[in-house]
Design a protein around this ligand. Structure first.
Ligand SMILES: Cc1cc2nc3c(=O)[nH]c(=O)nc-3n(C[C@H](O)[C@H](O)[C@H](O)COP(=O)(O)OP(=O)(O)OC[C@H]3O[C@@H](n4cnc5c(N)ncnc54)[C@H](O)[C@@H]3O)c2cc1C
Length: 408
């Protein structure tokens, strides 16, 4: 792949840069202290509304749905330029990411034309917020074991069950829910995906308080929630394939995160004193910096390759798992490296250390969470072992047994 801009791409880059300058502040060396959630929300929503009006919320999606009708390369250019600006796009601070990247992407690939016309444009303008209703108290990694039931009621469906770890569920308008419609067949076959109106009777959202004091995740209780058949995504019994599409989207989104850029780590190594000299003089730190550069750059190249494949019509596959596995672990290792330079001072908060330590603090808190969300490290390794390396598959004794014959 050619990394230089063509004249048209250069023109697009300049256009995007000018637009971003008009609508966002340049990124500082470190992020300022966190805004309160309401202020962050308002800021993110107004920026998304502006992006939506211009078609920048979804560069590659068709113009008639609110996108730009652009190419994957233009999308990449926008993402590259965006990193220079102070925009809430990472680590749970983007209230719209689940909708835009996971649910919207799923509707684009698996939804009906009617669903796309109804839901995509408001999503791109930040007018409607979405959440992902997959995990349950007894199923996370083993997602095909969902117990939330959807049963026919005339032309509609009634959905009953419990979801958990629902990011942003408390302010969402809609959710994409994986349900069991047929317990009499093996677990992967009896699943169906639905769009749930989160504001309707029977939906109860209970925020989970985190140790930070914030509540980003929720438990969601569904009690005979009426769902129109036109809100079904994909065929009855075809929910597993739809869920895999969402997970592929999720993994490629996480793979695009870099947590800590090597330049940030280098800058800190140059100004932080370690054993009486700048940390960069220490060979161990230089080695870890090189590792950070190698992994971040390698994953960037991998994601360019994936984007090119997607642009040619491929569907997200195991390569996203590889990128996510590397980048989330590297995020955590880079944060540890930076804190190691500080020695015992590393236990202080960024508010005390100075704002340049804020991205490190963020990576320290968030990279472990991304090693769980969207598929844990172990699950991704299983996928790579089986689907890329062709190693013997994990023993799955329940694969062919009807779900209702499995013991609890
Ligand atoms: C930041 C964050 C945001 C999230 N947001 C959402 C959301 O919006 N919507 C949603 O539905 N869910 C969400 N989740 C939940 C997430 O999808 C699950 O936590 C994840 O799939 C793991 O499931 P679990 O927590 O039930 O762990 P388990 O599946 O119980 O796993 C426990 C441990 O066992 C290991 N393990 C399990 N099975 C295997 C195996 N076959 N081989 C080897 N090891 C195995 C796992 O790797 C893990 O270490 C979020 C999670 C996080 C951390």
């Amino acid at each position: 792949m050619d990394f230089d801009d063509s004249p048209e791409e250069g023109e697009f880059r300049a256009e995007v840069r000018a637009w971003l300058k008009q609508h966002a502040e340049p990124r500082k060396t470190g992020q300022p202290a966190r805004l309160d959630p309401q202020a962050r929300f308002e800021r993110a929503r107004s920026l998304l509304a502006a992006k939506g009006a211009k078609g920048y919320s979804a560069i590659t999606w068709p113009k008639e749905l609110g996108g730009l009708g652009g190419t994957e390369i233009q999308n990449l250019i926008f993402l590259q330029e965006q990193t220079q600006f102070d925009i809430d796009t990472l680590h749970g601070s983007d209230f719209f990411a689940v909708g835009l990247e996971l649910c919207g992407g799923t509707l684009m690939r698996c939804g009906t034309e009617e669903q796309r016309r109804r839901f995509i444009a408001p999503l791109l303008r930040g007018e409607e917020i979405w959440c992902q209703l997959f995990s349950e108290p007894a199923c996370g990694s083993d997602l095909a074991a969902v117990r939330t039931r959807a049963v026919r009621d005339g032309a509609d469906w009634l959905v009953t069950g419990q979801k958990v770890w629902t990011t942003g569920g408390h302010f969402s308008d809609y959710g994409l829910a994986l349900t069991r419609t047929d317990p009499a067949v093996p677990k992967h076959q009896g699943l169906t995906m639905f769009i749930i109106d989160m504001k309707q009777p029977g939906v109860e959202v209970r925020p989970i308080r985190q140790m930070s004091g914030e509540a980003e995740f929720n438990e969601v209780f569904l009690d005979n929630v009426r769902v129109l058949d036109s809100f079904r995504v994909g065929p009855v019994g075809g929910g597993w394939k739809v869920a895999l599409t969402t997970l592929g989207q999720e993994r490629s989104t996480a793979a695009a995160l870099s947590f800590v850029e090597w330049q940030q780590l280098l800058a800190l190594a140059q100004i932080t004193m370690m054993n009486g000299q700048p940390a960069i003089a220490d060979g161990r730190i230089r080695e870890r910096l090189a590792e950070c550069w190698l992994n971040n750059f390698g994953v960037r190249l991998l994601s360019y390759r994936n984007q090119t494949a997607l642009a040619r019509g491929a569907v997200p596959g195991p390569q996203e798992s590889m990128a996510k596995l590397i980048i989330t672990q590297q995020g955590q290792r880079s944060a540890i490296t930076a804190l190691d330079m500080l020695g015992t001072l590393g236990s202080l908060s960024a508010a005390m250390l100075g704002e340049q330590w804020s991205p490190i603090e963020d990576a320290w808190y968030w990279s472990p969470a991304f090693r769980i969300a969207g598929g844990t490290d172990e699950i991704l390794r299983n996928i790579l072992a089986e689907r890329v390396l062709g190693l013997p598959a994990e023993a799955r004794v329940d694969r062919k047994v009807p779900f209702n014959q499995l013991s609890a």
